[in-house]
Design a protein around this ligand. Structure first.
Ligand code: TYD
Ligand code: MG
Length: 479
C-alpha cells in the first residue's frame, strides 16, 4: 500500500527526508535533494535494519570505567608486513585498528582486490597475535574458484584464509560471525545489498545502509572490516563521498602514470601529440583516518605476486624519466590534480630545427628566449588537452629546454601557471602536488615566488623550493 512513497535523498551526504527542501538539512548543500521512490519495498529506505540481536545490557548506559576496563589495548593495531614492508600499515596510521571500518577506493582495475587479498592473507598470518586465525574474504564480484586462482597465481597459500562469494549482507554476517575472524573483507560495497532496503545493489540507499550495517558489525564484534569501493564519476549518487562520512578511514589507490606530451614546434607551426605511459606503480593515499593522520602516501609496484612496497621510489622514477636519451633535452615534469588525485605529466617538447628556428638557436639571449617561448607558449596552450593551468610552467620549461638544447637536470618538477606577461601565478592545492613529487623522489620544485615561503614551512625536508617571479627567472635558475 505504501509503494508510492517518495523520499528525498541528498546526493552529497545521503541525508533522507520525507519532503523536499531547497537545501539539504544535514550538509546544507543546495540543489542536491533528489527524488527517490521507495518502489517495490514496503519498508522504504528509511527503515534501519539491525539484524544483529541486541542484548539487553548493551542498550543501557554504561559507566565510563566499565567501558574502559579490558580496553587496555585501545591503541593496539594489527601489524601488516609481507610484500608491503611497512607501507600499508604506515598509510593506515601504524596498522589496522580492531573494530574499524576501512574503505579502499579506486578506479576499476587499479588493484583494490589484489591489495585486499594480500592484506587478508597477511592478517591471517600475523605472528604477534599467536596462532594464525581466520580472515574471511567475501567477494560479490567473483566466484571462490576465481579468487582461488588469483591467490594461486600470487602464491598465496594461507591456511586460515577463507573465501566466500555472496552479495547478501545478512547472509555474509551470519556465515562469518561463527568463525570469529581477525578481519572481514568485502569486495565490493557496490555489489552487496541489505534485504528490505529499497533499490538495487550499488544504489545510494543500498551502499549507505550496507556500509552502516558493516560499521555496526565492526563496532560490536571488534572485527575490522575492509571495503573495496569503486570510484564513480562525480555526481553519481552512489559515489564514495557518501561512504566517506560513515567509515573510519578512507584510502584511495591511484595509478601513477606519465603522460607524455610531445610538442613539435616548427616555427611558427606547432604540432602536439599526446601519449600515455601507464606505469606499474600505485599510490595509496589516506584521505580520512579517525586513527591517524591523513595525506599519508605509500608507493607500490604491481607485480606478478601482487603489490610490493617500493622502498626507494626516487631511483625508479628518475631513471624511468630519463631513459629515453633522444629526448633528454626538452623534457619537464608537471603535477596535475584530478579531483583528489594527482598525476605526474612528463612533457616532452621537441623544437624541430626549421630554417627560421636554427638562426635563433645559437647565441640566443635569455631575454629573447623568454619572449619567444612566451609566444610559443601562448600558441601551444590553446591546443593542449592539459586540463589545468598548473602545467603551464612545465610546458614552457620543456619547450625552453628543447630550444636551448639543454636538458633539465634530474629531479626537478615544475608547478605554476603563466600569465600573459610571463609572470608565474599560484595554483590551487600546492601542498598536495608538492607532497606527491616529494614522495616520488623529486628534490627540487620550481614554484611561483608567492608560494615559496609557505611551502618552505611545511617541513618537506628533502625538497628545495625555488620561487620565481617570471619565466625569465626560471630560465636563469634552471639553464
Ligand atoms: P584488481 O585487484 O582486480 O583491481 P580492482 O579490484 O581495483 O578492480 O587488479 C586488476 C589488475 O591488476 C589486472 O589488470 C591484473 C593486475 N594484476 C597484476 O598485475 N598482478 C597480480 O598479481 C594481480 C592479482 C593482478
Ligand atoms: Mg576488484
Amino acid at each position: 500500500g505504501k509503494a508510492n512513497r517518495t523520499n528525498w535523498v541528498c546526493s552529497d551526504c545521503g541525508y533522507t527526508d520525507g519532503q523536499w527542501w531547497g537545501m539539504c538539512r544535514a550538509c546544507e548543500s543546495v540543489g542536491t535533494m533528489k527524488r527517490y521512490s521507495a518502489g517495490e519495498s514496503d519498508e522504504g529506505p528509511a527503515v534501519q535494519r539491525t539484524w544483529l540481536p541486541q542484548k539487553p545490557e548493551e542498550v543501557q548506559p554504561v559507566r565510563l570505567l566499565e567501558v574502559n576496563k579490558g580496553m587496555k589495548q585501545l591503541d593496539w593495531r594489527i601489524p601488516l608486513s609481507g610484500l608491503f614492508g611497512n607501507e600499508v600499515a604506515r598509510v593506515l596510521g601504524g596498522g589496522l585498528v580492531p573494530g574499524s571500518l576501512v574503505l579502499i577506493g579506486g578506479d576499476p582495475g587499479v588493484g583494490k582486490s589484489t591489495l585486499l587479498l594480500q592484506m587478508a592473507a597477511i592478517i591471517a598470518d600475523v605472528h604477534d597475535l599467536g596462532e594464525p586465525s581466520p580472515v574471511v574474504y567475501v567477494s560479490g564480484e567473483e566466484s571462490v574458484e576465481q579468487i582461488g586462482n588469483r591467490a594461486d597465481r600470487m602464491m598465496i597459500a594461507t591456511e586460515e584464509l577463507f573465501l566466500y562469494s555472496s552479495t547478501d549482507i545478512e547472509d555474509i554476517v551470519e556465515k562469518v560471525q561463527p568463525l570469529s575472524p581477525r578481519a572481514l573483507i568485502i569486495d565490493s560495497i557496490q555489489t552487496v545489498y541489505l534485504r528490505g532496503v529499497a533499490g538495487s545493489a550499488g544504489g545510494l540507499m543500498q551502499v549507505k545502509e550496507c556500509t552502516s550495517a558493516l560499521l555496526r558489525f565492526a563496532k560490536k564484534t571488534n572485527i575490522p572490516v575492509l571495503l573495496a569501493g569503486h570510484v564513480t564519476k562525480s555526481g553519481d549518487i552512489a559515489g564514495p563521498r557518501v561512504l566517506e562520512h560513515i567509515v573510519d578511514a578512507v584510502l584511495y589507490m591511484e595509478v601513477v602514470y606519465y603522460e607524455s606530451l610531445l610538442i613539435l614546434t616548427k616555427w611558427p607551426e606547432l604540432g602536439l601529440y599526446m601519449g600515455e605511459k601507464f606505469s606499474s606503480y600505485r599510490l595509496l593515499r589516506s584521505v580520512k583516518n579517525r586513527f591517524g593522520s591523513t595525506d599519508e602516501l605509500g608507493v607500490f609496484e604491481m607485480s606478478q605476486l601482487g603489490l610490493q612496497a617500493v622502498s626507494n621510489p626516487s631511483k625508479i622514477f628518475l631513471s624511468e624519466q630519463h631513459s629515453d636519451s633522444e629526448f633528454l633535452a626538452g623534457l619537464a615534469v608537471a603535477v596535475i590534480m584530478d579531483g583528489s588525485r594527482s598525476f605526474l605529466i612528463e612533457i616532452q617538447a621537441l623544437c624541430v630545427s626549421g630554417s627560421t628556428v636554427s638562426r635563433h638557436v645559437n647565441g640566443i639571449q635569455a631575454s629573447r628566449a623568454d619572449m619567444i617561448i612566451s609566444a610559443i607558449f601562448l600558441n601551444v596552450v590553446s591546443g593542449v588537452a592539459l586540463t589545468e593551468t598548473a602545467g603551464d610552467l612545465a610546458v614552457a620549461a620543456a619547450i625552453c629546454s628543447s630550444f636551448l638544447e639543454f636538458p633539465i637536470p634530474n629531479g626537478i618538477a615544475f608547478i605554476g601557471e603563466i600569465g600573459l606577461g610571463g609572470e608565474l601565478r599560484m595554483v590551487s592545492r600546492m601542498e598536495k602536488r608538492v607532497s606527491t613529487v616529494a614522495k616520488l623522489g623529486y628534490r627540487k620544485c620550481i614554484v611561483p615566488k608567492s608560494a615559496e615561503k609557505s611551502l618552505a614551512t611545511l617541513g618537506f625536508e628533502q625538497m628545495e623550493f625555488i620561487g620565481c617571479k617570471n619565466l625569465k627567472e626560471v630560465i636563469n635558475v634552471v639553464f
